[in-house]
Design a protein around this ligand. Sequence first.
Ligand SMILES: [Zn+2]
Ligand SMILES: [Zn+2]
Length: 340
Amino acid sequence: MKALVLHGIRDLRVEEVAKPKPSAGEVLIRVKACGICGTDLHFYKGEWRVKLPLIPGHEFSGIVEELGPGVEELEEGTPVVAEPNITCGRCYYCRMKDRNFYCPNIRAVGVDVDGAFAEYVKVPAGNVYTIPRGMPFEEAALIEPLACCLRGLDNVGIELGDTVAVVGVGPIGLLMIQLSKIWGAVKVYAIDLIRERLNLAKQLGADVVIDASKEDPVKAVLSDTNDMGVDVAIEAAGSSRAMDTAVKLARRGGRVLIFGVAPQEEEWRLRPFELYEKELTIVASYRSPYTFQRAVRVASSGRVSLGPIISHVMPLERGPEAFEKLSRKTHGMIKVVLKP
Ligand SMILES: [Zn+2]
Ligand SMILES: [Zn+2]
C-alpha cells in the first residue's frame, strides 16, 4: 500500500509499504481522509521526538475493510472513525474512577505506532466508532480534534452567560469558538494574526474578532469588558506568547485553558504575582479520554460546522509538499486533509 513515512526532520516520503494485517481484536480500516495536525508538524520539525520511521496521521475516517479474529460487533463496509489512543486497561490510571489517558503504557496510532497517512490503518475494535452514512469523510476526520476540544472544555467548564476569548483561531480555535457558543458563552472574542482566519472565525460565530498584528488584543478586550477581562480564556496556538495573552485576558477569578501543544522543549515564563492577584485557575488538557462518542454525536448533529475549517483537500502523494508548506509561517492554509 501507499503511505507517507517520516524518516527524520523534514524528511517525509511517499513509499510503498506492506499492508497491515489485523490481529485478534483489531480492525483494518481503508482510510478515506486524514487531517494534518499541529502535532504531526511537531514530529516533522523535530519539536516532538518520536520513534522513526513512522507513518503519522491520527485524525482520520474510513471504511471497515477487514475484521481480525474475534471481532463481531462491526461489519465490513461500515463508515467509521477511530480514537487513536490505546491504553492498557490494567495500570493504576486505567483503573481510576475518573477516566483519563494518563496510562504509562499509552500508545497512539500515528504517534507511537503507524498511523493513517496511508491507504490502510489497523486499530483495536474498541477504538472504532461508526459514523452516519453520508457524512463527508473529510469532515469526519475532524472528529478527533473535536473530541480533544470536548476534553479541554470539560476541564475548563464554560457556564451559561460566560464571556470567552480564543487566542489562535486555526482549526482548533475555530472549533473552540463554536463549542463555546453551544456551551453557553454569550460573547466570544477571536484573536489571531491572520485576517482570513479571523473572517472565518466571525462566520463561525465569534462576536468580536481582533487582529493582533494591528492592535493589542489585551487592550482591545479590556476596553470592551469595562477593564475586567473575560471569564474564560482559551489558548489554542501552542505558543508561550499566546499563553501570555490568555493569562492577561482572563478576569480576576477567571479560568485559563492551555490547550495548544507547544514544542517539547519550549518554556513559558509566568509572573506568579499575576496568578496570585487574579486568583487565576489554569487548566491543561491531554488528548481525548472517552470523549469520542460525544464528538461523533456532536459532529452528526450538524451543530458544529466542520466543512469551512477544511481549506485544502489533497491527494496523499502531495503530503510532503503540504507538510513543508504548513511548517512555514505564512502558508494561507487552515486545515489540510489528505486522501489516499
Ligand atoms: Zn491532532
Ligand atoms: Zn494503563
